[in-house]
Design a protein around this ligand. Structure first.
Ligand code: SDX
Length: 431
């Protein structure tokens, strides 16, 4: 940990407490409160963790003010333009960009783990056809701990490595199978002669009745969506994975917990909610009505795909995603897509509105991703499973980092208790 001689002085009831501080390589200093309760008998209070660093990490850094996102120090816009998802997976997992030989070996290992245990198909058949694909992914990924016993021992570095590769390799297969099951089409096996993104498109869109050739431009856009969603510091689902892992739970259980948390519309579910919102708005002339609702304190409605806990300037991923949206829609000849027109006018109207400027609300990663995915032919219910597929490497990288921390303790927050003080039981006849 980058240390500093700086300290923070806390005064409570005239008593001073010196708290050590730590300086990062980037971002704000932190006050180390680990001994605060033992020394001062008080807790800190931070629901939602708006001012709390839950861990130290070397994987991803976000500067919310500058709209900067770094993966192991490399800016996301450079990675999106020059790299590709599996290379970014290697970078996140091992900390450095791979040599050509190391990348080839890593890609081969992932490719050779893309098939799912054949008996797991029975899991899919237990769901209703109209089950949300995220429900299926939570169930099937959690069930992987019942099929891959040789990679569940978190104390064995080799098993941790195998579980990491298996999850990165199998998530596209599981997501595609959830989609095929949902639409009543036969499962499509992965193909080792296709790259990661093309393989996913093939598993989703090919049918036995005819040949399917994934478009290289769509595959590139798909790969870019995977890259832009790969990791994002200690967001809600990553924090869920870390908390689950802190109890010693196996990797598949931890990732299933992350998928469950990502599902929420305030987090990864926002891409689906955003498309549904754009469709509800329907036409450009209804935008003012929805902007007014988003500003109305008495209306719970929020503009899905807008705002972010950390970015208070712009989400660099949204900038790249917007370029991809234009490319894909031009290719598919749907640049006049009414949903895209509403999206572009909504963005303009929101960014011109003082309310959004003051609260620093602007499009986030989920605003344009849904438009691209819809143009590619995915139903909105598949948007968050694709986010989960992409974020698996981030969850796994953070999970591995936490397990390598010699100071790892089980996560166990305290609380500000406002309930009843001790009172005696009252027999029912006296109530
Ligand atoms: C992701 O953490 C991550 O890194 C997440 C993520 C990742 O890669 O893992 O980036 C992915 O989850 C992106 C965010 C996707 N969610 C949405 O698009 C849903 C809509 N956005 C909001 O729910 C909200 O902006 C959050 C949840 C994203 C952020 O919430 P915060 O930081 O807790 O902010 P807040 O709820 O305290 O809002 C601050 C103010 C409030 O007004 P006041 O109470 O101060 O008067 O801004 C308002 C809010 O009412 N506000 C919005 C708004 N978002 C916040 N008003 C209208 N529309 C919105 N979208």
């Amino acid at each position: 940990m980058a240390d500093t001689t700086k300290t923070a002085t806390l005064t409570i009831d005239g008593q001073n407490y010196e708290l050590p501080m730590h300086s990062p390589t980037a971002g704000p200093d932190v006050i180390d409160i680990r001994k605060l309760y033992a020394q001062a008998g008080v807790f800190t209070y931070d629901p939602g963790f708006t001012s709390t660093a839950s861990t130290d990490s070397t994987i991803t850094f976000i500067d919310g003010g500058k709209g900067e996102l770094l993966h192991r120090g490399y800016p996301i816009d450079q990675l999106a333009a020059k790299s590709h998802y599996l290379e970014v997976c290697y970078l996140l997992l091992y900390g450095e960009l791979p040599t050509a030989a190391k990348l080839e070996d890593f890609e081969a290992r992932v490719t050779n783990h893309t098939m799912l245990h054949e008996q797991m198909m029975n899991f899919f058949r237990g769901f209703r056809r109209d089950a949300h694909p995220m429900a299926i992914m939570v169930g099937v990924v959690g069930a992987m701990s019942a099929f891959y016993h040789d990679s569940t021992d978190i104390n064995d570095p080799w098993q941790r490595e195998v579980a990491s590769i298996r999850l990165i390799a199998k998530m596209p297969t599981i997501a595609a199978m959830a989609y095929k099951y949902h639409i009543g089409q036969p499962f499509v096996y992965p193909r080792n002669n296709l790259d990661y993104a093309s393989n996913f498109l093939n598993m989703c869109f090919s049918v036995p009745a005819e040949d399917y050739q994934p478009s290289p431009i769509l595959a590139r856009a798909m790969d870019r969506i995977f890259t832009l969603h790969a990791d994002h510091e200690q967001n809600a689902s990553t924090s869920t994975v870390r908390l689950a892992s802190s109890s010693g739970a196996n990797p598949f259980a931890c990732i299933a917990a992350g998928i469950a948390c990502l599902w929420g519309p305030a987090h990864g579910g926002a891409n689906q909610a955003c498309l549904e919102m754009l469709r509800e708005i329907g036409t450009v002339d209804r935008i003012p009505e929805f902007i007014a609702r988003a500003k109305d304190k008495d209306d719970p409605f929020r503009l899905m795909g807008f705002g972010h806990r950390v970015y208070k300037n712009f989400d660099p991923r949204a900038t790249v995603m917007k370029e991809s949206a234009d490319e894909v829609l031009d290719l598919l000849g749907v640049e006049n897509n009414p949903v895209l027109q509403v999206a572009k006018e909504l963005e303009k109207a929101a960014l011109a509105d003082p309310y959004f400027a003051e609260k620093k609300l602007f499009p986030n990663v989920d605003f344009y991703s849904g438009i691209i995915l819809e143009a590619m032919g995915f139903p909105t219910s598949m948007f968050t499973p694709i986010f989960a597929l992409s974020r698996t490497v981030g969850w796994i990288s953070q999970w591995k980092e936490q397990l390598s921390d010699p100071q790892l303790k089980i996560g166990r927050p305290r609380q500000l208790y406002l309930g009843s003080t001790p009172r005696d039981y009252i027999d029912i006849e006296n109530r």
